[in-house]
Design a protein around this ligand. Structure first.
Ligand code: NI
Length: 230
């Protein structure tokens, strides 16, 4: 499942983060890529432990933790600290797959990358190219979102970033391990959760609808009990 989530950050959070990021010293992005990805990658990144990366990263993670759509779609077990990349004219990231396992910086603790996230900091009309193209089982999807919005997609997907022909693309990217390893099971739970919420909204005063909602909520949690890994 590929999901675009609007307004992860408010416009003022986005603007503040962007000013901080633009003031930082960036390094060659190949440093954090796996062997195969390093051949394909041409961009700049902030060092993982850069104070600005840590600060903006905390803002993002805290916003994610209070975003119901993100929680429902990803059912996160652990979110890796957000990283940041910048693509200038001529830069791109050719087709690659992300590493399956990553170490949480400074801890030695490893997580499995189930979902990849890209959060945009520049508006789409500020640059040409720079689409994130994701190969899903249902076909290819090209993503370029307004500043403050984020796309969530399975880390199993092949993907690439098209060459920049004007302006600069500035994003945060990171991974998470979900409590639900299977993309299909996670999609079922997301559908069920949305349907339960809709039931409550559409039929707020009907006792039978409320009883159904409670029963379905039970089904939802029982499926999580069946499927969750921690
Ligand atoms: Ni990637």
């Amino acid at each position: 499942m590929i999901l675009c989530i609007p307004d992860i950050l408010t416009p003022s959070q986005t603007q503040e983060a962007r000013s901080l990021l633009e003031s930082a010293n960036w390094i060659d992005g190949k440093i954090t890529a796996g062997h195969q990805a390093a051949q394909a990658k041409d961009n700049s990144q902030l060092p993982v432990q850069h104070p600005i990366a840590l600060e903006v990263g905390r803002t993002i993670v805290s916003a994610l933790q209070s975003n119901p759509l993100f929680i429902s779609a990803s059912l996160p077990l652990q979110i890796l600290p957000p990283m940041f990349n910048r693509y200038s004219i001529g830069q791109q990231f050719k087709t690659h797959v992300d590493n399956a396992v990553r170490t949480v910086p400074g801890t030695g603790h490893r997580i499995r990358t189930d979902l990849s996230c890209t959060l945009f900091f520049a508006e789409p009309d500020e640059y040409d190219g720079g689409e994130l193209v994701i190969e899903d089982t249902y076909g290819t999807k090209s993503v370029k979102l307004p500043a403050g919005h984020m796309v969530l997609y399975p880390s199993t997907s092949l993907h690439h970033v098209t060459p920049i022909t004007r302006g600069t693309r500035l994003c945060s990217f990171f991974w998470l391990q979900s409590m639900i390893r299977s993309d299909e099971q996670r999609a079922i739970l997301f559908d069920l959760d949305l349907a339960i919420q809709r039931l409550g909204r559409d039929l707020p005063d009907q006792l039978s609808a409320a009883q159904s909602a409670v029963q379905l909520t039970g089904v939802y949690h029982n499926l999580i009990r069946q499927w969750a890994e921690m």
